[in-house]
Design a protein around this ligand. Structure first.
Ligand SMILES: Nc1ncnc2c1ncn2[C@@H]1O[C@H](COP(=O)(O)O)[C@@H](O)[C@H]1OP(=O)(O)O
Ligand SMILES: [Mg+2]
Ligand SMILES: [Mg+2]
Ligand SMILES: [Mg+2]
Length: 327
């Protein structure tokens, strides 16, 4: 099978990173430091990036990784660097503060035709709050997504059973479909988007932090296309996973204001996009253009995200165009 080795290496690395993140959350709770852009980062963000970049570097030494974190801040925080090193040593006993920092910085490479993109914790604010987060890893070749993984340690296997089993790993390979594997171990199960035939599935997924998108406009759009059930509110790319496995028909991420020039980070979307596509859905920007992953860190050619079951996509695009014109 194509990409079999990449898939196995990535599954092992994301699973290990998920264990590290859960252990740090149990032991450190909401501890975080602020980055220069004032967003939070934790020992677990750094530890997960170190673990995954080390594994990718060993298996695919010529592949660059474009990741969210770098070691600049961490190198000035001796205590935090020591903690990250200690957590990483549980999996890589020879790790030192210097090797950990170097692994993290493997994630700041220059883009090439083939590259990996990594968000070691997507949804750090959800992670700190005790809610959802995702470890997001994807492989891009010549601008096309080939492989995507979303490790969601806190996501219920079934959202309607919030007290049931938690912790899933979503895996998608181009042309081979999307699957969900329990993080605790078990067989992969194919997943598919919903046809939204039932009222309970006429739902959309949105962020908890309202500043990350445009809630008012999004609400108008979902009303216009008849997604009348209350939304699932989740942090992170878990939203893409929820669309891919058919629990919501749509994930909308419209900019605020709608004319904003701000561009999305590649690592905030790549893994989620291939998950929804391989589960039978469709993902475009708010103008209906495919997302262009050929640039590296930013989606410079795209604004706003629409990830749907496919069936309602054209109706959503029409509603977004109408709302954008009116606002
Ligand atoms: N001020 C910000 N600017 C850009 N992206 C942000 C900001 N704050 C959080 N994010 C990112 O937005 C996404 C979270 O959105 P949502 O609320 O839908 O879960 C995450 O990728 C998060 O980054 P991070 O990966 O560091 O958590
Ligand atoms: Mg961040
Ligand atoms: Mg992150
Ligand atoms: Mg992110």
């Amino acid at each position: 099978m194509l990409y079999e080795r990449e898939k196995q290496v990535a599954i092992a690395a994301v699973t290990t990173a998920a264990q590290l993140c859960e252990q740090v959350r149990r032991e450190q709770g909401s501890l975080a430091i602020a980055k220069p852009d004032r967003t939070p980062v934790t020992v677990a963000d750094f530890g997960a990036q170190a673990i995954i970049c080390q594994a990718l570097g060993e298996a695919f030494p010529n592949d660059p990784v474009i990741g969210e974190e770098d070691s600049t801040l961490l190198r000035t925080q001796i205590e935090q660097l020591a903690q990250v090193t200690q957590y990483v040593q549980a999996y890589l006993p020879k790790a030192t503060p210097e090797s950990v920092a170097a692994w993290i910085d493997r994630g700041n490479a220059q883009v090439k035709s083939r590259y990996w993109t990594l968000d070691p914790i997507d949804g750090t604010k959800g992670y700190i709050r005790g809610d959802q987060y995702a470890i997001a890893l994807a492989l891009v070749e010549a601008g096309e997504l080939k492989l995507g993984l979303l490790g969601c340690p806190a996501l219920p296997v079934d959202l309607t059973q919030p007290d049931g089993e938690r912790g899933v790993l979503f895996v998608a390979v181009r042309g081979q479909g999307a699957t969900m594997i329990p993080l605790a171990g078990g067989a992969p199960r194919p997943i598919h988007v919903t046809d939204a035939s039932e009222e309970s599935l006429r739902r959309f997924a949105r962020s908890i932090v309202s500043e990350h998108s445009n809630p008012t406009l999004q609400e108008a759009v979902v009303q216009a296309v008849g997604l009348t059930s209350p939304p699932w509110q989740l942090d992170s790319q878990a939203k893409y996973g929820v669309v891919a496995r058919g629990e919501a028909a749509l994930y909308l991420r419209l900019p605020f204001p709608i004319t904003s020039e701000k561009r999305q980070n590649t690592w905030d979307h790549a893994a989620g996009v291939i998950m929804v596509e391989e589960a039978g859905g469709r993902v475009t920007d708010m103008y209906g253009q495919p997302l262009d992953f050929s640039f590296g860190a930013k989606l410079v050619n795209n604004q706003g995200i629409i990830a749907s079951n496919g069936l309602i996509h054209e109706a959503v695009l029409a509603a977004v165009a109408q709302m954008a014109k009116e606002s």
